[in-house]
Design a protein around this ligand. Sequence first.
Ligand code: MLT
Length: 411
Amino acid sequence: MARINDNYLKLKAGYLFPEIGRRVREFSAANPTAKVIRLGIGDVTQPLAPAVLKAFHAAIDDLGTTENFAGYGPEQGYEWLSRTIIDKSYKPLGVELKSSEMFISDGSKCDCANILDIFALDNVVAIGDPVYPVYNDTNVMVGRTGEADDKGYYQGVVYMPCTEENGFVPALPKEKVDIIYLCSPNNPTGTVATKEQLTAWVDYANANGSIIFFDAAYEAFITTPGIPHSIYEIEGARQCAIEFRSFSKTAGFTGVRCGLVVIPEEVMGTTANGEKFSFNKLWNRRTTTKFNGTSYPVQRAAAAVYSDAGWAQVKATIDYYMDNARIIREGLTAAGITCYGGVDSPYIWLKTPDAMTSWDFFDKLLNECHVVGTPGSGFGPSGEGYFRLSAFGDKASVETAVARIREKWGK
Ligand code: MLT
């Protein structure tokens, strides 16, 4: 009989969001009249920008004509899209990139997971705690870790606690690590890394020959001037950082699927013989073998995000979500709940009232306020006692949710 990949059996729980979905379905089945408001998974609710939709439609029409029909595109994405992203989104930050350093994909979640293909298993990884569960779980799946301990920490991984005490910014590891996951604006804590903090990471990485995986999926939600939108704004990052970006939250593409990976030519690893080798070349090799490119209409729609009209419309939706974030943050703070994030990020990270566990608060909120959020402990042991609310709902629902929570907590 064929053997399974036993590493999957080390995973302690099902993936967080399906588990939340299961509990909500159970609740709704038992309480069919309850109007449940979902602020759990960070899924967008507002429609695509009209300029994006128009480009999407036009590209689908292209597929119905002989002249403009598109079959397999370049596995790395069309150059007209990577050039547009570089010119419109990176150049204004003072970041120069070549098209060959950008790989368009069908979403950042897959990229964050798949990137492990081009790294040897004996690399030591450092992961934040709490963290986007994909980083941790994919390392378990590929077999880079041992078993989890009682708390949920996997043997062999260096965890970097992000707590109230350190402002949710991890300290540099004391030991030498090879791969560092950073996410700013952070999912789940909603906090951002400053230029100085990122400089310390880049300096550490260059001094230790480590690679930073920089997840910038939420960069478009930064409102504070001076906060880096890209790791490449930091001197030395071209030598040590791989950046992930996504159209999911920026432009409402959670169902459309488009993301990108940037791997500058200078990012190097070593072979078994100690020779230097380019990660860009390896990722290109992987991509051409395992991927046939993001669909043509999706890439046309993505390019339209950066048209003048497209960006104005997309930005208006981002502002709409960030106003939701303000409503949640201010409303809950007025109810005496300690909140973090929600200023440069669409996530509010709150301390559970009355020192409840994260899942107890989840159940109470669902049962008594009919509001769904995400238990902080689902993002890692240091998330226990915290809870994440997403600002991606529609405004009326967000206002109702906040009113219900305030009523419950009596302020
Ligand atoms: C989240 O809620 O953390 C995100 O929506 C998950 C994701 O982007 O995959």
